[in-house]
Design a protein around this ligand. Structure first.
Ligand code: FPP
Length: 264
């Protein structure tokens, strides 16, 4: 049933029968949306709940937003789930966060398959606990031939670490004579980062009121449109996503050049 929703957004077939699709234009859906899912802790605190309850609710929201992105025809959804800096949190919170991929993927994998969604990750897999690695590996393996939305988890990911790793590979290639320093250009660097096979994000969303990018996709966000909201991640629903997309659709992306009659 879901597979027919992939490809073009034919409005008659949209699952948004409540009319909320009217907010977004079907023909200019961002190809790649990246989200900094912030505010789980504050969401929980407001309800006098432990921080981990906020993370649990945040995980449930990943399902909702994945479904919505998929139905809208987004091609790549990158979610910042655990940064290289998040290891500094209390051990019990880190452990809870490390269990989330397993919980999420065990219950959601059949629907991911049904929806033709491909699971991928960016970040350093090797330093994750064994159970986190095996949940991610299983999901990536089972969904590897899916051709719909790429659900890309940034786990143990840091933009600066990614650039260091890219530089190491690049210098190896220079040393091995596969590339000269004079040949080096921006496309080369794009090929060494972890998203080499993906388009750069069109839209970055950060929830919960902070207005910074916190070491996320530093290379890839050069021309991305940013949208910030005060809403905490667990409350960020389909309407919020559509609002962000609608704002994006009304932006004028110039990539440093001029647009429209200004060019005449
Ligand atoms: C930041 O909010 C959020 C995180 C560090 C974790 C985000 C993880 C999820 C939303 C769930 C991921 C799900 C899967 C399936 C991997 P915070 O806790 O720093 O919030 P605060 O700033 O209000 O304290």
């Amino acid at each position: 049933m879901f597979k027919k929703l992939f490809g073009k957004n034919t409005s008659k077939e949209q699952p948004f029968s409540d009319g909320s699709m009217d907010l977004v234009k079907g023909e200019d859906i961002p190809t790649h949306i990246a989200i900094i899912m912030d505010g789980n802790g504050r969401w929980a605190k407001k309800r006098s709940m432990p921080r981990v309850a906020g993370h649990h609710e945040g995980m449930k929201n990943v399902r909702k937003i994945t479904r919505c992105a998929c139905d809208l025809g987004v091609k790549v959804l990158t979610l910042y789930a655990f940064s290289t800096e998040n290891w500094k949190r209390p051990k019990s919170e880190v452990e809870f966060l490390m269990r989330l991929p397993e919980q999420f993927l065990t219950s959601f994998l059949p629907e991911l398959m049904e929806r033709n969604i491909k699971v991928e990750m960016i970040g350093v897999m090797d330093s994750l606990p064994e159970y986190t690695q095996s949940a991610l590996r299983k999901a990536m393996d089972e969904t590897k031939d899916n051709t719909g939305l790429v659900l890309n988890f940034a786990m143990n990911y840091g933009g600066r670490a990614e650039i260091v790793m890219a530089m190491q590979q690049l210098m190896n290639d220079v040393e091995a004579g596969r590339l000269t320093i004079d040949e080096l250009n921006e496309q080369h660097i794009s090929q060494y980062v972890m998203t080499a096979h993906l388009p750069e994000p069109d839209l970055l969303i950060r929830t919960s009121g902070e207005v910074r990018i916190s070491n996320f996709m530093l290379w890839q966000l050069a021309y991305t449109e940013f949208w910030f909201t005060d809403t905490h991640w667990p409350d960020f629903d389909e309407a919020c996503l559509k609002e962000a997309i609608s704002v994006y659709q009304n932006r004028n992306r110039r990539y440093g050049g001029l647009k429209g009659e200004e060019t005449n």
